[in-house]
Design a protein around this ligand. Structure first.
Ligand code: FCB
Length: 454
């Protein structure tokens, strides 16, 4: 291997997924329903009324999928555990068969030389706990730490990278403020409480891990840099509000011990005064931070737009994905540098990055996805630029390994490096997967090659 490789030899090259999005068989072997199972089965909630009942059938095909990861040369894989497989009622009785699935998965990964990164909570709260108020219940931190402890005891001998929560911002924004994701509440009074309880749950689990765990634990947040549409005071203030709401909302309390002051302004009477002791507790030292990055937002002041008075300005001259997210690789460099300077020094991982594009089927059943390939190349270059500017980046996880159930969009949007034919469960490597494999094989050299221009 060339010594001129731009990435360190121990860099993690991974892909990411989550339980409800790929596993299928959500009630198999004694599992209880999750809020996503119930939400998807409520007519009108998910595009085409798609559900995760079958998804990628990864619950049965995990060995094949692990072999595919090996083929790509991945040395890491980020997945999540379904809480209600392990604890069908969310607390109380442990379902051994649910836990066994994750033991088998972890063993299969390790046999393939792939390091697991395990996310404890990627949005699929046990439905039984939602009936008790879910993240609005002050006991939710205790429920979470009990669940986390079961996983720590079962798997810390083999899992070295643990994540408490995936994107708490989305859990609250989609699940409690706008109601477009499970559990579908639309209540500005609920949102700050759910936020606070998620942060208490995160901190309780980190603290518990210090007592029993021997490896590393962190948090995954989604970040989206905000740029002002103009230099007017209104737009600059709107940009600060958007940044506070989106980017500092969770990281300030976790890393600095306080909520950004803009949140009280945004939520008004709905923003409670939280006990100082809670904020001291929430600030538990982390071993790493995971950043999910997809796009940026150019912000203008938009009076009357509830609750932020902010609107995004579409950048018509830029490329957009099938979800209409602007493709903006520079934003990844910017946000990594911002995290490192505001919250560092802290080891970072890019725990998700990727794009939905329509990949037209071809006669020879190959899947050529030049837009995704370019997205991947340009974002890896952007990550490298941040590393060269001193950011301590330890790994990159593409979202996603497989096409999968994209939440409220169902199966209509495909993010995979690997195409899934949902009728047959046939997996096909897309051109982007082959490109990624080549990048990994030569530790990044393919990013610099002339052939990658375009
Ligand atoms: C992130 C989620 C992930 C996936 C991607 C596209 O917000 O963590 O599950 O849906 O977006």
């Amino acid at each position: 291997m060339s010594d001129f490789s731009p990435f360190p030899a121990d860099f993690l090259w991974g892909a990411a997924t989550s339980a409800y999005q790929i596993e299928g068989s959500p009630l198999a072997d004694g599992a209880g329903p999750s809020i996503w199972h119930e939400f998807a089965h409520t007519p009108g909630r998910v595009c085409n009324d798609d559900t995760g009942d079958v998804a990628c059938d990864h619950y049965h095909r995990y060995r094949e999928d692990t072999e595919l990861m090996r083929t790509l040369g991945l040395n890491a894989y980020r997945f999540s555990v379904s809480w209600s497989r392990v604890l069908p009622e969310g607390r109380g009785r442990v379902n051994r068969r649910g836990l066994d699935f994750y033991e088998r998965l972890v063993d299969a990964l390790l046999e393939c030389g792939i390091q697991p990164m395990l996310t404890l909570y990627h949005w699929d709260l046990p439905a039984a706990l939602d009936r008790l108020g879910g993240w609005l219940n002050p006991n939710s931190a205790d429920w979470f730490v009990t669940y986390a402890g079961i996983l720590f005891r079962a798997l810390d001998d083999r899992v070295k990278l643990w994540v408490t929560l995936n994107e708490p911002w989305v859990v609250v924004d989609g699940g409690y403020l706008y109601g477009v994701l499970a559990p579908g509440q639309r209540n500005p009074y609920a949102a700050p409480i759910a936020t606070h309880n998620l942060l208490r749950a995160h901190a309780t689990a980190v603290q518990a891990y210090r007592a029993v765990g021997r490896h590393q634990i962190g948090l995954v947040v989604n970040l989206e840099p905000k740029y002002p549409a103009s230099e007017t005071v209104e737009d600059l203030n709107a940009t600060l509000r958007a940044d506070a709401y989106f980017n500092r909302h969770y990281l300030d309390p976790v890393c600095l011990g306080s909520y950004p002051p803009e949140l009280a302004e945004i939520f008004g009477a709905a923003w409670p005064r939280f006990p100082d002791a809670d904020l001291d507790f929430i600030r538990q030292p982390l071993d790493f931070l995971g950043v999910n990055y997809y796009s940026r937002q150019v912000v203008r002041h938009a009076p009357g737009v509830w609750p932020l008075e902010v609107a995004g300005v579409r950048q018509d001259r830029q490329a957009h994905t099938a979800l209409d997210w602007e493709v903006y690789p520079q934003g990844l460099t910017d946000i990594l540098e911002w995290v490192a300077s505001r919250y560092g020094p802290l080891p970072l991982y890019i725990t998700e990055n990727g794009a939905a594009f329509y990949d037209p089927p071809q006669a020879d059943s190959a899947v050529d996805d030049p837009l995704r390939q370019r997205y991947l190349r340009d974002h890896l270059r952007a990550a490298l630029a941040a590393m060269r500017n001193g950011v301590d980046l330890r790994g990159y996880f593409a979202w996603s390994l497989l096409d999968n159930f994209e939440w409220a969009y169902g199966y209509s949007k495909r993010f995979g490096l690997i195409h899934v034919d949902y009728a047959t469960q046939q997996r096909t490597l897309k051109a982007s997967a082959r490109f990624y494999a080549e990048v990994i094989r030569a530790r990044g050299a393919a990013l610099l090659a002339d052939g990658a221009e375009g």
